[in-house]
Design a protein around this ligand. Sequence first.
Ligand code: NAP
Length: 221
Amino acid sequence: MRLGIIGAGNIGQAVARMALGGGHDVMVSNSRGPDTLQAFVRDTGALAGAPKQAADFGDMVLVAVPLSQVGGIPAARLAGKIVVDANNYYPERDGAIPDLDAHRTTTSEYVAARLPGVRLVKAFNAILAIDLNARDAVLPSGVRRALPFAGNDIQAKAAVGRLIDQFGFDAFDAGALADSWRFERAKPAYCIPLDRRDLEQALATADRTTGLPEGSWRRTT
Ligand SMILES: NC(=O)c1ccc[n+]([C@@H]2O[C@H](COP(=O)([O-])OP(=O)(O)OC[C@H]3O[C@@H](n4cnc5c(N)ncnc54)[C@H](OP(=O)(O)O)[C@@H]3O)[C@@H](O)[C@H]2O)c1
């Protein structure tokens, strides 16, 4: 598969490394241009291009930019493609987004509304970039860590589920984009290493209007 990546920061680079390890072709892009990605290219064997090139390159395209920047990515080039949305809403970074603050929509529906015609799947938003590697795909119990994903396009969702499984994690179908608030920032399933059973429980017990203490999901070691 050819994976285009728009936003080659923490999570974009982590997904790129895993995809390259799985034998996929990867093109990364960022806002400053491919020259700024040459060290990563040398280190990993990824290609680098402009966001438009990464959009054209990918059979599947990961969007991993600050949520506030989603309006700046080449939406028209992505129409019809499987787009993986790894984005989260951090109001202090992204500015207040009233529809999200009032729980009238989910972050993935917010992104999908700005990328008309894409086959959007929410994934890789609920894992810290430093945990997205083969070693951390297996919990200390020896069981695979489960990762939630959601989408409205069944085939697109299946393709992303296969990629998550290929990365060594246990892909957990968490429903449609409208359900994806259950693994947004500060929900019990957000960035906490859980096996399939515990993830299912964390998703089920999530409450739409309450969240964990800010930053409690960040690793200290
Ligand atoms: N960090 C994590 O552990 C993690 C985990 C899961 C999900 N997320 C979510 O994933 C998203 C990215 O987080 P991150 O930590 O990877 O951020 P980051 O390290 O700041 O990287 C953001 C990337 O987006 C690029 N970018 C910004 N505007 C762009 C545009 N208009 N076109 C193309 N590229 C653009 C930046 O380019 P430049 O480098 O040129 O500025 C940078 O490469 C956020 O929504 C975040 O909440 C993060």
